[in-house]
Design a protein around this ligand. Structure first.
Ligand SMILES: C[S@@+](CC[C@H](N)C(=O)[O-])C[C@H]1O[C@@H](n2cnc3c(N)ncnc32)[C@H](O)[C@@H]1O
Length: 383
């Protein structure tokens, strides 16, 4: 097996050399060695082959491949060590374990024919999911089965949507690669926080880093007549636009590509939910969760005063998980507010109600069980 740029090559069941494009969302380097695998392979053997760095191109039944993946997951979970007492060390262990898991599970590959057709027994129709995830449709490609299942899972979420109680139960439809509002507690905070008086004078708001557009639509439903929803991710921009249209809010919400703030504009209310953990993302899909060096958080706070109308407020949504993991202190955060010339005029807290918060088997349980999500109401400090 050789890797020429983003191509992979292998020898097929007839002994012929084959080449195809390598498709990886997280720009993972193509596997160096690929062997064929089918329904006869045992999970232990597959696990060892993958752990040693060899990829397996699946030629068997599609459902059997899914079962093999589950069996490999169980073997990875069995190796799980007790998390360290120190939360920062536990977080490092967790990320290393996640990387190992991604490497092993990502070693089971599938070859997708031109037109996004999977020629395995009992294959599902993957065309729409592949198109939505931006896979090439005009030529064959190879990707990991986990990546493919991520695409089909994302397609289902997009189709069904996520019910948002703060929108009266209306649904937000996340696109592939866009942060999904499955954790509702932060959306509820934006629905409940008292609007600053400045909003009754000028009901203009910004939603910085809008993702699916969920917070922008909540603000519009709360009476903001003009909401500018920004993002840099083209998938997020398309997704937010679609959700705004579905909810009939195009007269009030404008989706705009911008690095944080719309140029030279001020608003009575500016909302931002940056990624919550200051660490390096390992894939583009993780970049809504990990913010290296807290770049987005810092820049948002630094530039916020220049974009607030007199009497306006900035609402920062942030969980304190980073504090429980030893990645940031409360004083670090308060220092960032002070350095930007901002003061805290109020704070609303919520306990997360996602399943991981109550799962003692989760390696980060100690930190997650104490997690609080806050909406910080910030105003420009009076001189
Ligand atoms: C944690 S997600 C929040 C999404 C959405 N606001 C929500 O609360 O569900 C952060 C979003 O910020 C966007 N983002 C990151 N850096 C940005 C920047 N410099 N300018 C605008 N948006 C950015 C990401 O693409 C992502 O959609």
């Amino acid at each position: 097996m050789t890797d020429i740029e983003h191509q992979v090559t292998w020898t097929d069941t007839e002994g012929r050399g084959r080449t195809a494009l390598w498709h990886s969302e997280n720009a993972a380097v193509p596997p160096r060695r690929i062997v064929l695998a089918d329904d006869r392979i045992k999970a232990d053997a597959a696990y060892h082959i993958a752990a040693e760095g060899t990829a397996m191109l699946w030629c068997g039944d599609f459902h059997n491949a899914r079962q093999l993946l589950s069996a490999m997951k169980r073997r990875i979970d069995r190796r799980r060590r007790r998390p360290a007492e120190d939360s920062a060390i536990a977080f490092n262990q967790y990320r290393q374990a996640q990387a190992f898991r991604a490497k092993v599970l990502g070693s089971l590959l599938v070859a997708v024919d031109e037109g996004a057709v999977l020629s395995l027994r009992r294959s599902p129709d993957i065309r729409t999911a592949c198109a939505e995830a931006g896979c090439p449709l005009d030529r064959p490609f190879v990707c990991s089965l986990t990546a493919l299942l991520g695409m089909t899972g994302a397609h289902e979420w997009r189709r069904k949507g996520v019910k948002v109680p703060a929108l009266g139960g209306a649904r937000i439809h996340p696109h592939y690669g866009v942060f999904s509002p499955v954790r509702g507690e932060y959306v509820d905070l934006v629905a409940q926080a008292p609007l600053p008086d400045a909003c009754s004078v000028q009901p203009v708001a910004f939603d910085i880093g809008t993702g699916t557009g969920v917070l922008a639509t909540v603000l519009a439903r709360r009476g903001m007549t003009e909401v500018v929803a920004t993002d840099l991710n083209p998938r997020a921009l398309a997704c937010a636009q679609e959700n705004v249209e579905r909810l009939g809010l195009t007269a009030h919400v404008r989706v705009a590509e911008a690095d944080l703030f719309p140029a030279r504009r001020r608003a009575a209310l500016v909302v931002c939910n940056p990624p919550w953990l200051p660490a390096k993302p390992t894939s583009t899909l993780e970049s809504a969760v990990y913010d290296p060096g807290s770049r987005m958080l810092r820049e948002f706070l630094r530039r916020l005063p220049g974009h607030l109308e007199p009497g306006g407020e900035g609402w920062l949504i942030l969980s304190d998980l980073a504090e429980h993991l030893g990645l940031r202190t409360r004083d670090d955060l308060l220092d960032l507010f002070a350095a930007a010339g901002l003061e805290v005029v109020g704070r609303l807290d919520a306990r997360p109600h996602h399943p991981k918060a109550d799962d003692p088997a989760d390696p980060l349980h100690a930190a997650r069980s104490r997690e609080v999500t806050s909406l910080w109401r910030l105003a420009v400090k009076a001189r």
